[in-house]
Design a protein around this ligand. Structure first.
Ligand SMILES: Nc1ncnc2c1ncn2[C@@H]1O[C@H](COP(=O)(O)OP(=O)(O)OP(=O)(O)O)[C@@H](O)[C@H]1O
Ligand SMILES: [Mg+2]
Length: 477
């Protein structure tokens, strides 16, 4: 296996104190002893609930080649004989290594932020750019103060493209992260009420996302949603930050990456678009209008990154929705199939709208019904009640027959939904499970969506347990 870092480069980048006989180098970086692979360096990061130093022994057992630990914790690791690099602060060391990774890289770097669709866009970029070169991208939603430096530090020296998800819950969080990443291209997917609990309004959210412009490399580009209500504000802030090229994507007539036609189907979309001066026609293998919007940003960024657009367009056909983010399962019921749309990864008002549109665009079979299983949207602060009640309007606008609701915030929606929509409310996922499992009929389409913390992925698992999926595989999140 090729080395990600030599030990010499590791020590150089972090300025640490080596103990024991260091290996020639390391094959990867881990902060979790459960997923560590032999030959990795283990960074003992201190999180909110756990301290990596408590897992140093487990990391050694799992095959860690070297441990990166804090000076202050060294006495508590006395009995460990593994090679170590001792630093003042392990997270700061990881950041330094991330900065070194960026400095040695010749890759085109793309950063993705936004209120929804970051991971979806990042994974779509990973997928299409893999058709034209070697790609490195964030794992899962590793988009915060440890996820971003970890992704940077994991970047192989020889990759052609690297894609970073950058997220935030509070103002000031994106700025230091994007400065480490130094993107050539920064995408803002959209601005919506997510984590609104920490902000007064959407302008404040847009202002916090705009910190991403401050890290764009000289000569670089911002790729912004031309159809978004905060386009103007973002454009102004990008200019203010000195971004040299600002492009819009969307169906707006003045978008540089512009959708010219769009046909939505249950399992894919067919689109035509103008990407700069190029006219393209593409099949997008994952369904939903929101996916099309993300794909416009992907096409624009890919073109700006110098990728061969024909190959990128061709790769869009086998794009697939991720687990928890629109992944479809065809469930086996003795009397006919049931379609399950797994949207259990997260929820805010914008992604609820996207998911309800997805449900509505999926045909039922025979006597089947459209069923929405919705759990609380978290972190909406004082806006929460109003935004949960407002989902009624969204649901009434679709052909949804049954609604199963769970979580304290969803009670208000149960109260305001009109009587013709059959509605069941229960305290949470556990209480909903039996009634949902017994309610399903062949031909139904059921969509499960909630914030992760509400645990509706349990309902997806229960459905897959009772009605094993046909012709589909479950991928890790
Ligand atoms: N462009 C979009 N507009 C609105 N909703 C979207 C868009 N793209 C994806 N979504 C919806 O948002 C959900 C979450 O998508 P994704 O995981 O990509 O978001 P994220 O921004 O990475 O979230 P997180 O902040 O939790 O990391 C998807 O399942 C889908 O329902
Ligand atoms: Mg994400």
């Amino acid at each position: 296996m090729s080395l990600l870092w030599t030990s010499e480069a590791l020590v150089d980048a972090m300025g640490g104190r080596p103990i024991g006989s260091l290996p020639e180098g390391i094959t990867g970086i881990s902060i979790d002893s459960r997923s560590l692979e032999p030959g990795n360096a283990f960074f003992a990061i201190k999180g909110e609930a756990m301290d990596g130093h408590d897992f140093a022994t487990a990391a050694v057992k799992a095959g860690a080649a070297v441990l990166v630990v804090a000076e202050a914790k060294l006495p508590s690791l006395g009995r460990l004989t593994a090679p170590m690099i001792v630093v003042q602060d392990v997270l700061a060391a990881l950041e330094q290594l991330g900065v070194a990774a960026r400095a040695r890289s010749g890759a085109r770097i793309i950063a993705v932020t936004g209120s929804a669709g970051k991971t979806t866009t990042k994974e779509a970029l990973r997928h299409v750019l893999s058709a034209v070169g070697k790609v490195h991208a964030s794992a899962q939603s590793f988009n915060n103060h440890w996820g971003v430096p970890l992704t940077l530090a994991r970047m192989p020296q020889d990759c052609d493209y690297a894609v970073f998800e950058i997220g935030m819950n509070h103002p000031g969080e994106i700025r230091p992260l994007v400065k480490m990443v130094g993107p050539h291209i920064a995408i803002v997917t959209m601005i919506a009420a997510a984590h609104l609990g920490f902000f007064k309004n959407l302008d404040e959210i847009a202002t916090a996302k705009a910190e991403i412009f401050e890290g764009i490399e000289p000569g670089g580009a911002a790729v912004l949603n031309r159809d978004d209500s905060r386009w103007k504000l973002l454009e102004k802030m990008a200019k203010g930050a000195g971004v040299e090229h600002i492009f819009g994507f969307g169906e707006h007539a003045r978008a540089t990456f512009r959708l010219t036609s769009c046909e939505l189907y249950a399992d894919h979309s067919d689109i035509a678009a103008k990407i700069g001066k190029r006219e393209i026609a593409a099949r997008v293998g994952a369904p939903g209008r929101h996916m099309v919007q993300n794909v416009l940003a992907v096409l624009g960024a890919a073109q700006l990154a110098g990728a061969d657009l024909d190959k990128v367009v061709a790769a869009l056909a086998d794009l697939s929705a991720e687990r928890g983010r629109g992944k479809r399962h065809v469930l086996h019921h003795p009397n006919g199939p049931i379609t399950l749309i797994d949207e259990s990864y997260n929820a805010n008002p914008a992604s609820m709208a996207a998911a309800m549109a997805l449900l509505n665009a999926t045909p039922v079979a025979g006597e089947g019904r459209r069923i929405a299983v919705l759990g609380d949207m978290l972190e909406l602060g004082s806006h929460s009640t109003k935004l949960h009640a407002a989902l009624a309007e969204l649901i009434v606008g679709t052909q949804t027959h049954n609604v199963f609701l769970g979580g304290p915030e969803m009670r208000v929606l149960a109260d305001v939904l009109p009587a013709e929509i059959e509605t069941e409310y229960r305290a949470g996922a556990d209480e909903l499970k039996p009634i949902l499992l017994s309610a399903l009929r062949p031909g139904d389409v059921v969509m499960v969506k909630s914030s992760k913390g509400i645990g509706f992925s349990k309902l997806v698992e229960a459905l897959l347990g009772k009605f094993p999926a046909e012709a589909t595989t479950i991928e890790p999140t």
